[in-house]
Design a protein around this ligand. Structure first.
Ligand code: NAP
Length: 244
């Protein structure tokens, strides 16, 4: 079964790894091409946008795709919507893989906000030394702030940046010791993050809890109406096998 896995996540790589080794599956993984040196999945990989819903629909048809697994990052709302629309137009089965979001625990002080603009607004009065760990995209939403920012991303952000900042280019995962040291050394007063979920990037939240640092937590965009969603790679693989 010819399957497109929309990727850029660990889940997408794991699914490609499992499915590529199985008879009867022909897997193509797709990456947006944003990261300069991406961690590549096994098997066939294509890189770059498709050109909106129409471009994706054409690509799916031309390449004889029979099923689509959207295993993109929970905040990649554009490609998720496109995948749902293009697959629906062709009558193809589509599954969205979304790891569960994080949940607040005793000792946490989280301020949940719906989007980047609300996160920038929420900073007022919380502190002046802010750890922005939202990835490369979206930093411009904080460009007008007078606060000092530690901005951590894999590649440099594009667009406007806050006037007072330090850019830390690094690829996780980071240990609890590393996160605690970073927050302490930079005297961080507030953390801003997206509710990406997953254990790999959770250490920063544990460090914030331990140090009493408030966290502005940006909620995920909603999935398209009626979307079929699973939370694990195993459930995605079960679904994919059931489509044969
Ligand atoms: P987005 O806003 O949903 O997508 C914008 C456009 O980028 C899409 O319309 C599509 O272009 C192209 N695109 C996105 N993902 C693609 C993929 N896997 N294959 C081919 N084209 C893709 O996405 P984003 O937030 O920029 O994220 C881009 C990629 O980075 C995703 O693959 C995602 O899994 C990964 N990622 C994102 C984040 C995050 O915080 N957003 C974090 C970690 C990893 P066309 O319309 O031209 O097809």
């Amino acid at each position: 079964m010819k399957t497109l896995i929309l990727g850029g996540t660990r889940e997408a790589r794991e699914l490609a790894d499992i499915a590529s080794g199985e008879r009867g599956f022909d897997i193509v993984s797709s990456l947006a091409g944003r990261v300069r040196e991406p961690v590549l999945p096994v098997g066939a990989v294509r890189v770059g946008g498709f050109g909106g819903v129409d471009g994706l629909r054409e690509w799916l048809s031309e390449n004889g795709i029979e099923a689509v697994v959207d295993a993109t990052h929970p905040f990649a709302g554009g490609i998720t919507a496109n995948a749902a629309a293009a697959a629906a137009a062709l009558g193809l089965p589509v599954l969205h893989v979304r790891r569960p979001g994080w949940t607040e625990r005793a000792g946490d002080h989280w301020i949940r906000v719906p989007d980047l603009a609300a996160a920038a607004k929420a900073l007022g009065g919380l502190g002046d030394r802010i750890f922005l760990t939202i990835g490369r995209q979206g930093v411009a939403a904080f460009a007008d702030s007078d606060a000092w920012f530690l901005i951590r991303a894999i590649d440099p952000p594009e667009g406007a940046m806050p006037a007072r900042h330090e850019l830390l280019l690094a690829r996780g995962p980071f240990s609890l010791e590393e996160e605690t040291e970073l927050l302490t050394e930079r005297r961080i007063e507030v953390m801003v993050t997206k509710d990406s979920g997953g254990a790999l990037t959770e250490a920063k939240l544990t460090a914030a809890r331990t140090l009493g640092v408030p966290v502005v937590m940006i909620d995920r965009p909603a999935l398209p109406a009626g979307a079929r969603r699973v939370g694990t790679v195993q459930a995605a693989w079960d679904w994919l096998r059931s489509q044969r």
